[in-house]
Design a protein. Sequence first.
Length: 205
Amino acid sequence: MTKAQSDALANHWNRFEIPLEGTMDPHSLFYAIKPKEVIFEIGSGMGEATAQIAAANPENGYVAVEVHKPGIGALIIRAESLGLRNLKIINEDIWDVLNEYIADHTIDKFHIFFPDPWPKRSQSKRRLLQPPFISLLAKKIKIGGEVCIATDWLPYAKDIEKSFAQVLEFKGGVVPRPDWRPITKFEEKGISKEHVVTDFCYRRV
Ligand SMILES: C[S@@+](CC[C@H](N)C(=O)[O-])C[C@H]1O[C@@H](n2cnc3c(N)ncnc32)[C@H](O)[C@@H]1O
């Protein structure tokens, strides 16, 4: 963690932190802005896309869920410099967050950009986007809500399609790259290695 990241956490974490207790409707976290939609970003990394999307859509509330503390420090630095008031952050594993603290059918959208690809065949069981996790998303998202995904790892992209096909509560598939999704350093690295980026959108039916 850089000094700037640890200073950002020490000085501003309380402005962004969501205290995890009981079961919540995430809309209640943004009572000051009464958000049109509440969007959870799973694995916000260094927060590049998170901060830009939140800044471009002040009418929505954004919740970044990330286990990696330096990334949270980096996101707080970006959020402070942009003066964001529509962003909250949770420093926990997404499985625990959704299972323990979020009321069913309360989230409008999920953003999952470049989830860890676990490229070795022996590691593929660790991938997040498999049927049990997708079923959990189906339980927490509103009917009509959307899950937007991007990956630069083609074997994972193929698995994502197969896994969503097994969860009948979602309909959708591959979409053109959305123009609102900013490019992150992670994506740039993939593109420099000639990886093909696939975007998906699934709607809860
Ligand atoms: C490959 S990075 C992509 C980061 C960012 N979305 C981007 O596009 O640059 C995946 C991120 O997901 C986070 N992550 C992985 N599993 C997670 C989990 N179970 N709960 C929350 N975050 C997770 C990792 O810490 C990492 O920062």
